[in-house]
Design a protein around this ligand. Structure first.
Ligand code: BG6
Length: 472
């Protein structure tokens, strides 16, 4: 749809950016913090370890001041479970509470609204030893953690996100270092979807608890949503795209919002003898939880073509944004209409609008963009970083938000990835996303000095004009 006149961004729009604890904080075993799965995993070759990252733990004041300088209205960060509960349950670590109290208060000092992710890829290592999400007790572990968070921070944190990219944990868990399976596991698909079921029940209970403990707070999920296009207008390709949309996207949100298993996903699980076991009361728990909004991460769309044989060869090289496929359901397909980033992710700004329209049409909840951004090899030249490619990427995506708003989609905010440079899930700190450059490399910890990238100044102008001035 073409619009003659664009609607403005809402007055109270959360312009900000995102990070996650294990990727940005460093100090990974300091001040009583216990190890998470990220601290004990084997690192992808050549990538920075997680001891220092951007050292946000020690630089948070400087970092929040820089965010304030850009005019941030929100800062989306995650709380490391093992900083609060070093073993995942049991004793609370007062130093962990103190750190996040300080961070939250620092944000509030500048009128930056903290948007807190409760779980971002960092399962406590001690809980992994006890069976991780395969153990039914994981529901109670998570709800207990949620209770500690709401008790300690609920007076000031009014926007909560439950589990970051639960769909990616399920689809590409090993790649991001998070998938622990029992040794004798015979049916991996069944185990993975049982874990996923536990996460969904845990999320539902956390949402109900949040509403009970902090009645003026809002809470929502934060999956990675990438609308799936058919590779062509062949009906078989359209069916394949529906399959992948169900498996990748709608399944998670149908459960979070409506408390029901998506029928296509269920049919897929039946084919694999992999339907999850429901404990008594699960169906009700899932139905009783109601998110206030949908947080979602968007980097690009996906494309699928038909897979008409159980013997189809499926490419295994999948990460969050590279569709692989499921024999008999769909095959991933490179979209020839899109360009790619230096790291091979397709770039699709109009697909962002497609995704927002579809999300709103399906769920009728306000949308909060919790991630979007461009990973690139930035270069420090003197004290400058000329990241015009990032400006272009963000510019094009923000334009699509305004178009979606004009289409009638309710948008709460935009929090691109990432506020400052941090360590990528599997490609090191050389894959930079930040608006703020951090002087450090995968090979050695640097001065950790912060530099304002060109995108920093540009985003500042965007925020000051409430999105009216996107020019570079
Ligand atoms: C999302 C995650 O998948 O994308 C982040 O929520 C991640 O944790 C981001 O860093 C970018 O992905 P990557 O693999 O480039 O770090």
């Amino acid at each position: 749809m073409l619009h003659k006149k664009l609607k403005p961004f809402p007055e109270k729009f959360f312009w900000g950016a995102s990070t996650s604890a294990y990727q940005v904080e460093g100090a990974n075993l300091e001040d009583g913090k216990g190890p998470s799965c990220q601290d004990v995993k084997e690192l992808p070759p050549g990538t920075a370890d997680l001891k220092t990252c951007a050292d946000h733990y020690h630089h948070y004041k400087e970092d929040v001041a820089l965010m304030a300088e850009m005019g941030f209205k929100s800062y989306r960060f995650s709380i490391a479970w093992t900083r609060i509960l070093p073993k995942g349950d049991g004793e609370v670590n007062p130093k962990g509470i103190e750190f996040y109290n300080n961070l939250i208060n620092e944000c509030l000092k500048y009128n930056i609204t903290p948007i807190v992710t409760m779980f971002h890829f960092d399962m406590p290592a001690e809980l992994d030893k006890r069976g991780s999400w395969s153990n039914r007790d994981s529901v109670d572990w998570f709800v207990n953690f949620a209770k500690v968070l709401f008790e300690n921070f609920g007076d000031r944190v009014k926007y909560w996100l439950t589990i970051n990219e639960q769909n990616m944990l399920t689809l590409v868990g090993p790649l991001i270092g998070t998938m622990i399976l029992p040794k004798d596991c015979k049916n991996v698909t069944k185990e993975v979807y049982q874990q996923n079921h536990h996460m969904l029940v845990a999320q539902a209970k956390a949402m109900v608890l949040c509403h009970k403990m902090i009645p003026d707070a809002k809470i929502g999920p934060a999956p990675n949503i990438a609308y799936v296009y058919p590779a062509s207008c062949k009906p078989e390709d359209v069916l394949a795209a529906q399959n992948y949309n169900a498996i990748r996207n709608w399944f998670y949100l149908d459960l979070a919002v409506k408390g029901i298993y998506n029928n296509l996903l269920w049919a897929y699980l039946e084919e694999h003898d992999a339907t999850p076991t429901f404990a008594e009361g699960d169906a009700e728990i899932l139905k009783n939880a109601h998110p206030d909004f949908i947080g979602f991460n968007y980097y690009t769309t996906s494309t699928a073509e038909a897979s008409n044989s159980w013997d189809d060869e499926i490419s295994p090289g999948a990460d969050q944004q590279t569709a692989r496929g499921e024999a008999g359901f769909y095959k991933g397909f490179r979209n020839p209409n899109l360009t790619q980033t230096e790291f091979g992710w397709e770039i699709d700004p109009p697909g962002f609008r497609v995704t927002m329209r579809e999300l709103y049409d399906r769920y009728h909840l306000p949308l909060l963009v919790t991630e979007n951004g461009l990973g690139a090899y930035d270069k420090l030249e003197g004290d400058k970083i000329h990241d015009n490619y990032r400006i272009k990427y963000l510019q094009e995506h923000i334009k699509q938000i305004q178009l979606a708003i004009t289409d009638g989609v309710e948008m709460l905010g935009y929090n691109p990835w990432s506020a400052i440079d941090l360590v990528s899930t599997h490609e090191g700190i050389r894959k930079r996303y930040g608006l703020i450059y951090v002087d450090t490399t995968d090979e050695a910890v640097g001065s950790l000095k912060r530099y304002r990238k060109d995108s920093f100044y540009w985003y500042k102008k965007v925020i000051a004009s409430n999105g009216a001035d996107l020019s570079d």
